[in-house]
Design a protein around this ligand. Structure first.
Ligand SMILES: Cc1cc2nc3c(=O)[nH]c(=O)nc-3n(C[C@H](O)[C@H](O)[C@H](O)COP(=O)(O)O)c2cc1C
Ligand SMILES: [Mn+2]
Length: 466
């Protein structure tokens, strides 16, 4: 069943044994983060609902999409078909539908404007030791521009005061271009709406990076197969997902008020430096559901939730761009250990031909703005979701003097700390598929016996992994 909103999704997770409730009191400062960090080290660990957070009345959910199983429950897709179905659905667009005229939206059950706005009521977490302060990490930012259209994306927001946050529009991301365009057009303010606690398809869609002007809420609609319902904000001219738990309505002045932001423990596993002159956003209104739930995304040493989502969204995008040119590509995955800059490409055996894989590896740089640092090709019998199998292929199907090339320089994420401060890095391309002179034959039981054992698994007293 497709979840209708965050709370519905939490129910689905609970029914499937994927949600743990923590009832003892926890602190949003460091403690929730430390629990998340520990859970990330445990395979198949659940999502967590912290019901009792010190000093605030709002519960926190974390680790929400930190596994393919939970992503498949979010989109109601069987786990073994997740990639193919996401490829199919994400190529479509389903426009949003406004309910403003007909009904009141859950996200506006309680409305606080002007002086009533108090962000300290939210359990904004300080996740890691060196973070410069509490950060809103699951703020789904909605913006629009008369020329560029609409955009949905997550941008980190550091708490500044009860009605102010920093907002980080990184160059290369659409928020940056939208803001620059507003400046160019002589506007005096830039309006922003932030949704926290959304239906998980919206979170997943926010991590697609389609070309400028494609509205990610329409991708969320396509992932769901039905329009995302929206409602007009109270104080800014934007529409937000009606079933969100919490909405912040904000405005960045032009020219912006600025200050020093950071440091912040980032997705790549390292704490990044302070940012001088970062933009500050004033929150004009906070609206929320009755008894809202706050969502925290923990970032830091991998693996973590953000990387599981990007592993699929970036790979689906790379596949959509590469597959029309190279039908031999069966699947792609940007594994969490590769912090969104390593790509594994699975090659279909019957479509292999001499030299093809070299071309495919090099062409990967045409996708994701060329951010890939390591690109690895493997055979179709390798489980690309399992690092053990990918590393086994590299160890036993790959000759370093022959099946390997380096691009001496290219660009990657600036947050990758071995690259230079502009994000310039060398890049590695590995063909770990079997070559014509390969001598190995995989040692495993017959397919018939494997199928029989799968069928009788519970009879033997083992739990069936869903
Ligand atoms: C927890 C989290 C924090 C993020 N923080 C930022 C950020 O501060 N700035 C940014 O530009 N992108 C950030 N991102 C990445 C963007 O959300 C992501 O790359 C998105 O697809 C960009 O979309 P856009 O091109 O429409 O801006 C973050 C993602 C997550 C999940
Ligand atoms: Mn975008």
């Amino acid at each position: 069943m497709l979840p209708q909103d965050l709370r519905d999704y939490l129910k689905i997770l609970e029914t499937n044994g994927e949600l743990k409730r923590v009832r003892v009191e926890v602190d949003a400062r460091y403690e929730i983060g430390a629990i998340c960090a520990k859970l990330n080290k445990i395979r198949n660990s659940p999502a967590i609902l912290f019901e009792n957070v010190n000093g605030v009345s709002i519960p926190v959910v974390s680790q929400l999409l930190a596994s393919n199983r939970r992503i498949s429950l979010a989109l109601d897709i069987p786990e073994d078909r997740l990639f193919e179905v996401m490829v199919e659905r994400s190529s479509q667009r389903v426009e949003t539908k406004s309910i403003s005229a007909s009904k009141t939206a859950p996200c506006q059950e309680e409305v606080f404007t002007g002086e009533q706005v108090d962000l300290s009521r939210l359990p904004v977490c300080t996740n890691n030791a060196k973070d410069g302060g509490p950060y809103i990490t699951a703020g789904h930012v909605i913006i629009k521009d008369p020329e560029l259209g609409q955009n949905l994306s997550i941008y980190r927001m550091m708490y500044r005061s009860k009605n102010e946050v920093f907002i980080r529009f990184t160059a290369g991301h659409d928020g940056y271009d939208f803001f620059k365009n507003a400046e160019k057009n002589g506007l005096t303010k830039f309006e922003v709406a932030v949704a926290i606690g959304v239906d998980p398809s919206i979170y997943i869609a926010s991590q697609f990076e389609p070309s400028l002007g494609v509205y990610e809420l329409e991708i969320a609609g396509a992932l769901r197969g039905e329009p995302i319902q929206t409602v007009k904000c109270k104080t800014v001219d934007l529409e937000v997902p009606a079933n969100s738990e919490i909405i912040l309505e904000g405005e960045v002045a032009i020219p912006p008020k600025t200050g020093t932001e950071g440091p912040f423990g980032e997705f790549c596993g390292y704490t990044t430096e302070q940012v001088p002159n970062e933009r500050i956003m004033k929150i004009k209104a906070m609206t929320h559901r009755r008894n809202p739930i706050y969502h925290n995304i923990w970032l830091g040493r991998p693996p973590h939730e953000h990387l599981y989502v990007d592993a699929l969204s970036y790979a689906v995008q790379a596949y959509n761009e590469l597959h029309p040119v190279y039908p031999a590509i069966k699947r792609t995955y940007a594994p969490p250990w590769g912090v969104s800059i390593a790509l594994v490409i699975q090659i279909e055996e019957r479509l292999k031909r001499p030299g093809l894989i070299g071309n495919i590896l090099a062409s990967a740089l045409a996708t994701r703005s060329g951010k890939w640092k390591h690109v690895i090709a493997v055979d179709e019998d390798i489980d690309i979701y399992n690092p053990d199998e990918v590393l086994w292929a590299i160890t036993t199907r790959f000759q370093p003097n022959r099946d390997f090339f380096v691009v001496p320089w290219g660009s990657t994420s600036k947050l990758e700390p071995s690259a230079d401060s502009d994000g310039v890095t060398s890049k590695m391309f590995i063909d770990a598929t079997k070559k014509r002179d390969f001598r190995g034959q995989v040692a495993e039981p017959t397919p018939e016996m494997q199928a029989q054992v799968r069928r009788k698994w519970e009879e033997f007293g083992f739990r069936v992994e869903k």
